[in-house]
Design a protein around this ligand. Structure first.
Ligand SMILES: Nc1ncnc2c1ncn2[C@@H]1O[C@H](COP(=O)(O)OP(=O)(O)O)[C@@H](O)[C@H]1O
Ligand SMILES: [Mg+2]
Length: 158
């Protein structure tokens, strides 16, 4: 059960990018974001905007659809972007180094259901939902970790 949660309307890709930059500015080593939602819901769009806002030098942020993980050099730690859609078994994330990265990197994980028991309880979950109107998404953010409470409060009053 999530103890901390809020829902937001994302009325355009630009609004999603702005939220990603706000959240990115609050992240510290060891923070994990689990990005949920169907194909095309906006997980990669959100991750790309967040990562680009943290890079000192502009760099492409491709979807890790086939590589499963892409890593970037942030200012205080590595940033890991994972897409686990094609993961064959949850244990594969240990070999990829992702479970270690959960301890000391900033991690953004698409298709986190593939982690099964390896999903860290400390994470913030972001569930993107498609809407009938083009360009619009809704986002539900939730966690059991009080670390996220101030951020959720701040973004729900923006
Ligand atoms: N409000 C929105 N937020 C994010 N993406 C949106 C929004 N509205 C439309 N889109 C579009 O939806 C697509 C999302 O693709 P992507 O981020 O790759 O999805 P996913 O990684 O969830 O499969 C992009 O083409 C993006 O421009
Ligand atoms: Mg994606």
């Amino acid at each position: 059960m999530a103890s901390f949660e809020t829902s937001l309307d994302l009325r355009s890709p630009a609004e999603t990018s702005a939220l990603a930059r706000t959240i990115g500015g609050d992240l510290k080593p060891g923070d994990v974001l689990l990005l949920e939602g169907e194909i095309g819901a906006g997980k990669t769009h959100f991750a790309r905007s967040l990562i680009q806002s943290l890079l000192a030098m502009p760099e492409d942020v491709p979807s890790p659809t086939f590589t499963l993980v892409q890593t970037y050099e942030g200012s205080d730690c590595e940033i890991w972007h994972a897409d686990l859609y094609r993961l064959s078994a949850p244990e594969e994330v240990i070999e990829l180094g992702l479970t270690d990265a959960f301890d000391d990197s900033v991690c953004l994980v698409e298709w986190p259901d593939r982690l099964e028991d390896l999903a860290p309880a400390k994470a913030l979950s972001l569930a993107f939902s498609m809407q009938p109107e083009q360009g619009r998404r809704t986002l539900r953010l939730s966690s059991i970790n009080p670390r996220w409470a101030p951020l959720l409060k701040a973004i729900s009053h923006d």
